[in-house]
Design a protein around this ligand. Sequence first.
Ligand SMILES: [Zn+2]
Length: 165
Amino acid sequence: MAILPVLRYPHPALRAKCKAVEDTNDEIRTLFEDMTETMCAYPGCVGLAAPQVGVVKRLFVIDVSRKIGPKKNHGLLKLLNPVITYSEGEKISREGCLSIPEFLGDVKRARRVILRALDESGEEIEVPAKGLEAIAIQHELDHLDGILFIDKVSSLGRNLIRRED
Ligand SMILES: [Zn+2]
């Protein structure tokens, strides 16, 4: 296991359209472990997508229980080739990103989603999610298409807030 360096905007890997993972193997499983360890190295971080560590493949890890506890979410998920198959409602919430640490922004997302993906052993799984977990899934999925939360804040820019440390 290793903590990987997290790339920061405007690194070009963060704008890449990531490629589907052809098969699950030890390399992918090690990457998942390292990405999980990297996520856990940052307090409050609930998700990390492969391009953030320079791997332009369609996979991410999330674990919103790190922030909201074990209730009403799936805990740690390692997801390959994820696709949203259903979404419902709208919700605006404040987001941040390890790759853009200086800013927070209000982003409109679907309130509930159902995600279909492969797990680390290549089994197909379906994840119905709501609340923070639904938001995190949509945020991480966007990373796989080179989309960042700053692209989705108000075009006037007034919803982008500089983080105060
Ligand atoms: Zn992010």
